[in-house]
Design a protein around this ligand. Structure first.
Ligand code: RB5
Length: 146
């Protein structure tokens, strides 16, 4: 699976580790920056890059990392076709895909460490939308808000 990955300075420390774990698991990460650490960069710029990659079909999923994961999820959800969720537990990381068709996982590098981040990423990319009638019905209602 192609997965866009982006991080601001708050998430920068986790980005390479996540790209590496995706590669190891047979996925194809697309690194949309930041490419160097810049304490003054802004999370909306990376949220936009990842959201547009997913919304435009360049990648199937996206992963965004900022300090808390909150700003990244707020920003990414402004884009039509993006369903971003901030998950720091593995249940949400897979259930968000299975029930809600979440296509962008947001993480906070100031909240979790690399080992937990890797488990969350693997739970996220390993999950598929169930397509069950009740989930499809709810998703359709969510999409009608766009
Ligand atoms: C950057 O200092 C920090 O505010 C940002 O990474 C993020 O946590 C926003 O939600």
């Amino acid at each position: 699976m192609r997965v866009a990955v982006g991080a601001d300075h708050g998430g920068f420390s986790l980005k390479d580790e996540i790209a590496q774990c995706l590669r190891k698991a047979g996925h194809e990460p697309l690194d949309l920056g930041a490419h160097t650490y810049d304490a003054d960069d802004d999370y909306p710029d990376f949220a936009r890059a990842v959201a547009q990659a997913v919304a435009g079909g360049q990648t199937e999923r996206g992963i965004l990392i900022c300090g808390s994961g909150v700003g990244a999820s707020v920003a990414a959800n402004k884009f039509r076709g993006v369903r971003a969720g901030l998950c720091h537990d593995t249940y949400s990381a897979h259930q968000g895909v299975e029930h809600d068709d979440m296509n962008v996982l947001c993480l906070g590098a100031r909240i979790i460490g690399p080992a937990v981040a890797v488990e969350l990423v693997l739970a996220f990319v390993g999950a598929r939308f169930s397509g069950e009638e009740r989930h499809a019905r709810r998703l359709k209602k969510v999409l009608s808000f766009e």
